[in-house]
Design a protein around this ligand. Structure first.
Ligand code: UDP
Ligand code: MG
Length: 317
């Protein structure tokens, strides 16, 4: 019998989790009847401060398909994803959020897509075609980010792509072979290659609880994406450097020629100060870019584990 693993990162989801569990159980029952497949659900409690872990323990007691990992603190969704993928034993692995923003009914379509031999794909992923119900400013910056990434990165990062997807074992293993510390899943999914089929749907708002992503968190996550999948910002420094060399050379010529022809009228210290400030600013900016990459390299070389597990279902038997 084929096994499908469902990986669900959960952070403070005590409100949404019961609703999710009911919904997913229904869908899995239907799929088990239709396709004759087995399931395991892998919940990753990302250091929740509420009763999420308590709920998971309870589910495990009555439902052997439930497996879980609980982190010692909040390590972020990326860490939860990789922990879940590592634990998953299925021939197919699906990844979804606990807030029902990822409609569970699509799992059947995903499985059909992956098992369709005529299609020969290794991943069925989902994409939101609208961002309805999201703050306008957030949508605007999200769009800017995807547009920028398209220009500066060789890895394609699809606009509106969700993490909600089902993958074959082959693709999961290739994702697990990437040992980066600074993980940006949306990029990694596309970097490993394999053919992906996209299902599209309208944005759905979360059923309960609230989003864990503040604007600032999303902003630094997007920087993570840029630094992890593009080195274009590094060349900004070289380009501005060259540009300013050429400009200053031309200016020197102008100044020398003007002095030779008209003498040297002493004037214009404000403009000098402006230029110094301007160049100083550009230098700081470029050093900042260098710093971003250096910081990531530093974290990468420390080779710390991505997360620490405090408890898993084997602890409660
Ligand atoms: N999540 C997590 N760790 C975090 C933040 C979020 O595991 O530090 C989980 C969260 O429980 C949910 C999923 O990631 O299952 C998506 O989070 P959320 O719904 O808050 O994000 P949004 O849908 O608003 O982008
Ligand atoms: Mg959500």
């Amino acid at each position: 019998m084929e096994l499908i693993s469902i990986v669900v990162p959960c952070y403070n989801e005590e409100k949404a989790l019961p609703l999710f569990y009911v919904e997913i159980s229904k869908v899995l029952q239907k799929m088990a009847d239709e396709f004759g497949v087995g399931f395991e659900m892998i919940f990753v409690d990302d250091g929740s401060k509420d009763n999420t872990l308590g709920l998971l323990r309870e589910y495990r007691k009555s439902d052997r398909r439930v497996r879980y990992i609980s982190f010692s603190r909040n390590f972020g969704k990326e860490a939860a994803i990789i922990a879940g993928l590592r634990k998953a034993a299925g021939d197919y692995v699906a990844l979804m959020d606990a807030d029902l923003q990822d409609p569970p009914a699509l799992l059947a379509d995903m499985y059909r897509g992956l098992t369709d031999k005529s299609k020969n794909i290794d991943c069925v992923a989902t994409r939101r075609v609208t961002r309805k119900g999201e703050p306008k400013i957030r949508s605007f910056f999200a769009r800017m980010f995807y547009r920028l990434m398209k220009r500066i990165s060789d890895t394609e990062i699809v606009d509106g792509a969700r993490d909600y997807r089902m993958m074959t074992r082959k693709m999961v293993d290739s994702i697990l072979s990437i040992n980066e510390y600074n993980r940006f899943s949306k990029g990694i999914f596309s970097w490993v290659g394999f053919d992906t089929h996209w299902l599209e749907y309208e944005n759905i708002e979360r059923v309960a609880g609230e989003t864990k992503w503040s604007f600032f968190k999303l902003f630094s996550y997007s920087l993570e994406g840029i630094v992890a999948f593009s080195t274009a910002p590094l060349s900004i420094a070289s380009f501005t450097g060259i540009l300013f060399c050429v400009l200053s050379f031309l200016l020197i010529l102008v100044v020398v020629i003007r002095a030779l022809i008209w003498g040297d009228p002493v004037a214009g210290w404000p403009s000098t100060v402006c230029i110094i400030l301007f160049i100083g600013g550009i230098q700081l900016f470029c050093i900042g870019i260098l710093g971003q990459y250096l910081a990531k390299t530093y974290l990468e070389t420390k080779n710390r584990p991505l997360y620490i597990i405090r408890e898993s279902e084997t602890d409660i038997v």
